[in-house]
Ligand binder design. Structure first.
Ligand SMILES: Cc1cc2nc3c(=O)[nH]c(=O)nc-3n(C[C@H](O)[C@H](O)[C@H](O)COP(=O)(O)O)c2cc1C
Length: 190
């Protein structure tokens, strides 16, 4: 019987340039700009992440999120170190992740275009205390609260790895998308 298994390359031997082009050790000139252009064309739903710690509340609009595992359920939320939200979230035991409905234009502007360094966002929207002391926004019917398992330094953002402990799914809704949100001038530089 013939084996169809691919031969394992010996990493100590030089690559055969005919079969495996070398990967550049450094990004090619302009690679990051082209990458930013490519991913800037993607569209995806926006979220508002909120936290409370030490008597402080915070929250911001985020697009850098992803499910990371099915079993167990895991979710990653990436928050810029510049944001007021980061300085509260890094002390918090849990974060609330709200699915932003397409109707919530003013809420997206509030949480994406203003900073908690200058304004108490929670004085300008309806909210209530939720699981693990997280602030829950009334305008967002769909949300979950995740216990923070880990904080991962990714670059200018920190990834918060979440274990969902409570989920509310109350309204079928269409999402507030990145392509609408990108018109908002962020309250903080990334
Ligand atoms: C389209 C869009 C996407 C954003 N995505 C993120 C994100 O993934 N992570 C993040 O930390 N901030 C993101 N921001 C920026 C924050 O929402 C914004 O700077 C906010 O004003 C910070 O508020 P804070 O200083 O009160 O935390 C995004 C903003 C916009 C407009």
């Amino acid at each position: 019987m013939t084996s169809r298994r691919r031969p394992v390359r010996d990493p100590t031997m030089p690559r055969d340039p005919h079969t495996s082009p070398p990967s550049p050790a450094e990004p090619l000139p302009g690679a990051h700009e082209r990458f930013n252009e490519l991913v800037g064309d993607l569209d995806y739903p926006m979220f508002i992440v909120t936290a409370s710690a030490g008597g402080r509340r915070a929250g911001c609009l985020v697009g850098f999120v992803t499910q990371g595992s099915i079993d167990p359920s895991r979710f990653l939320v990436c928050i810029s170190e510049q944001n007021h939200t980061y300085r509260v979230a890094r002390e918090a035991t849990a974060l609330a992740v709200h699915f932003v409905p397409s109707s919530a234009n003013a809420l997206a502007e509030l949480f994406g275009g203003r900073t908690g360094d200058e304004l108490d966002k929670f004085a300008h929207c309806e909210w209530s205390p939720g699981p693990l002391s997280t602030p829950i926004l009334a305008e967002c019917g769909n949300w979950f609260v995740g216990r923070v398992l880990d904080q991962l330094r990714l670059g200018d953002h920190v990834g918060f790895l979440l274990d969902p402990v409570e989920t509310r799914m109350s309204t079928p809704q269409s999402d507030f998308t990145f392509h609408r949100a990108r018109r908002i001038d962020p309250g903080h530089e990334a």
